[in-house]
Design a protein around this ligand. Structure first.
Ligand code: GTP
Ligand code: MG
Length: 195
């Protein structure tokens, strides 16, 4: 749920990057940190760079300036993909404004994508979200990998409600910004439609 600070004319939105382990959630956030970080912001970043697997969460606060006169801030989180860390995901997903689901395009990760999406949908439903109505985008990552699924197959597997989706090679930064802009726009549109 976005936090509106009327006194400061400021709104803070929470975006959570979800998806199976090693799909590229942390990689997306690292790219955003290195390429989008506003010079004015204090750049607080808590990413466990020393380990490959995220165990609790990654966190990246972004202050991207004003939209229609209002200072808009985004708090980006990534949840761990490991299925047995469900409780952690549930805590992080609380009060989320928008979801980026990062799927791994590698053919041998088909089932991992499905399992992860099922898990996220269960958590969101338990938190009272209607995933058909909330801002939710997909990113089909690792388009550079050796043996990948067609986008049409991934859409059929995962994108049941024809949400906006993006292809990416997040390790090169390709598709990362488009995905971030996509989810940000959906969130801001939803806030505007409620006010
Ligand atoms: N080939 C290729 N590798 C990628 C791409 N994006 C990420 N990777 C690699 O995939 C591995 C896992 O990426 P992470 O970003 O740590 O994955 P994660 O989704 O955060 O994983 P968890 O924290 O375990 O949930 C790393 O070695 C990345 O460099 C990509 O677009 N192409
Ligand atoms: Mg990670």
């Amino acid at each position: 749920m976005s936090f509106i600070n009327y006194a400061a004319n400021e709104i803070t939105c929470k975006i959570v990057y979800c998806g199976p382990s090693c799909a590229g959630k942390t990689t997306n956030m690292q790219w955003i940190y290195h390429n989008l970080q506003n010079q004015k912001s204090n750049g607080i970043l808590q990413l466990p760079f020393d380990i490959e697997r995220t165990l609790f969460f990654d966190f990246l606060p972004l202050d991207l300036g004003k939209v229609q006169g209002i200072n808009v801030k985004f708090h980006l989180y990534s949840v761990p993909g490991e299925l047995n860390l469900k409780q952690n995901r549930k805590i992080i997903l609380n009060a989320v404004d928008g979801i980026v689901f990062i799927a791994d395009s590698s053919s041998d990760k088909k089932q991992n994508n499905l399992d992860s999406l099922k898990d996220i949908k269960e958590i969101l439903t338990s938190l009272g979200y209607d995933i058909k109505k909330m801002p939710f985008v997909f990113q089909y990552n690792k388009r550079d990998a050796q043996d990948i699924m067609d986008v049409s197959e991934m859409r059929l597997d995962l994108n049941q409600y024809q949400n906006i989706d993006f292809q990416a090679q997040s390790i090169q930064g390709e598709g990362v910004l488009k995905t971030f802009k996509g989810i940000s726009k959906l969130i801001l549109d939803q806030i505007q439609s409620k006010n």
